[in-house]
Each structure stands twice: as C-alpha cells, then as structure tokens.
Design a protein around this ligand. Sequence first.
Ligand code: GAP
Length: 362
Amino acid sequence: MDLLLAKDDYAGLKQLIEDNKIKCAISKTCNWTDVRQFNLMFSTEFGAVAADNPDDNKVYLRPETAQGIFVNFLNVQKTGRMKIPFGIAQTGKAFRNEIVARQFIFRMREFEQMEMQFFIRPGTQMEWYKFWSEERIKWHQSLGIPAEKLRFHDHVKLAHYADAAMDIEFEFPFGWKELEGIHSRTDFDLKQHQEFSKKKIQYFDNDIDAATNKPYGNYTPFVVETSVGLDRLFLTIISLAYAEEKWLKEDGTEDSRVVLKIPAKIAPTKLAILPLLKKDGLPEIAKQLMDDCKSSFMCFYEEKDAIGKRYRRMDAIGTPFCVTIDHQTKEDNTVTIRYRDTMVQERIALADVKRLVMEKII
Ligand code: GAP
C-alpha cells in the first residue's frame, strides 16, 4: 500500500481495497467510490491574464503563517543583528480546505493564526520545547483561563517536520479540543527553503562551545514553534465569559441579565462613565473624568436612559467597571463604582477612579 500511495496510484489503491474485500467500518458494506485526493490547500491563479494551461499560473493560499517567517529568517537576523536564541512572531490569515468546517468559529476555512518560530542551536530543542510549553500555558492562564480548563496533549504520530509535538487543549462546551500547537520543527523548514531557493540559510554562532573550546560556527538553526488560532482563542474567552443570570429581587419579582465576564485586562471597554442626570452640572464632571482617563484606556460615556438599563448594556458588552456621577459627587467628590461580575456598588473618591481601573487592567 505504501508503494501505491507514494506513486499516487489511486486505481491501484481501489483494486487493493476490492481484492481484500475491505468493509466500511460504519456502513459495513464494500460500496466504495473511486479513491480521490483531498484538496487540503486552496489554489488560485496568479496574474491578471488567464494562462492557456491554468496549472502554469497556479498558486496556493498559505495554510499556516509559519513559512513567511522562515523565508524572512535571514532578513530579520541580519538587519536586527539578532543572536540565537531569538524568535520571530506574526499574526495573519491562513486558509485550509477543511473536510468538515464546523462548531461555529472553532474550525473555519479562513482563519487567523498567531505563530512564533524560535530559532535555537541544534541539540537544544528539547529544553526550549519544554520552556515554551510552560510559558504558553502560563500565558493562557494570564488571560484569565482557569488552570483546570487547560491541559497538554502529546502527539503520538508526528508530522514529517517535527521531532516532538503537543497541543494545549481547552475544555470547550463541546469537549476538550486543541487551542494551540507547540512543535519542535528541527531544521526541516529552513533546509527545505535553502534547497529549493538555492540560497544558503545559515547562522554563524561565535559563542564558544565549552566541549571543544571553539566557536559553534556555521549551522542551520533548529526551530521550536508556538501556534495559536486567534479565532479559537476568541471562542475560548467567549465560552468562559458568556452568562445568562437570573435572580429574585427584594419585592419577589425576577430579574435577569446577559453578561460577558471577560477578564478586565482584555475587555474591549474598561470603564463606563455615567452621569445620573443630563443636568445640574453632572455631565460636566463626567466629561472631565472621561478626558482624564481616555488616553490611558478605552472608556464609554453615556447619559441616555435609566441607570439600570445602562448597567445592563455595559454588562452585555463586558465592561468591567461603571462609574456613576450623582448629586453627592458635587458635594464630596465621590462617585459610585459598580463591579460587573458581582454587581456590588461602592463609593470611592473621584480622584481614585483612574488608578483603580489601571491597577485592574495591567
Ligand atoms: N504552523 C503549525 C500549525 O499550523 P496547527 O496545529 O495545524 O499547526 C495551529 O494549527 C493552530 O491554528 C491550532 O491550534 C488552532 O488554534 C488553529 N487552527 C488550525 N486550523 C484551524 C481552522 N480550520 N479554523 C480555526 N483555527 C484553526
């Protein structure tokens, strides 16, 4: 079979299946279609004028951002005068002809990746692989993802370019799934680019090797890669943050809200500034606070509707802090701050608002 696969002999593979009377595990029948190749990459044509033979102008959309980093390795290393170890990170679109694209934005045909290739000395890949797996899981936790919702999953079957690989998995509402991949990619990619571009891609390491007492010299760097899907990370945060809450009020009637409990440091809007009334000088105080804060973090000013309605709107977009300016503010320079997750309200000095928010978002 390996020989037939290597030769792309699809008719031969079909014959092999029929000769061995192999049954489908699900339908238990031998009713097979012809063997066909999956198109895992998206192809298109390059150039404004169509070629006589479409294959002449055929190009592929990238299925990972990584290769752009590999081809720029020497540009970055030389212009930045970088010494190994160092990393190059970027974010950008990737395209895959997924066989089944589903589960909302979990698996799409066009998605956004954030990848880093970390260039290292050959032979040090296992220590950097361990280093980056620990750093990356800590980074996810720093976004407010609870440790018990994250785990490592080692790959048993490795991609052709890797000598070690694992996923960081998250427990989505539909089960444990890959959120990020960490791969020790050896020198495979740089060597491939070197071979096909016929341009030397090497690094001269003048640090002294303690074993030989000589510089490490010229080599093709090894690479540890971290690769996370931006859309998948967004889905992770939304899965954790979205809540529909109901409770009984003091008069026995039910109240409810939809709230996005996004950690304060990544919430799009940090502070809502709400004058209780549109008069009596309250908007002026509120606008002054807005001016003091808006260059440091994203604020939202609103004077329309009852205060309860305004709080609900801020809950629904995940604003962690609301500050209300009322008549007491004019007397003692204090405001009411309301915390999104607990709905607790307290009185604090107007002068302390900016510092309090800054402390929570950094
Ligand atoms: N350069 C290595 C690489 O691309 P991968 O495990 O295939 O590795 C890395 O992809 C990450 O990209 C995944 O962990 C996932 O977060 C995201 N990803 C992959 N395919 C995706 C898709 N079809 N839709 C959304 N995100 C995807």
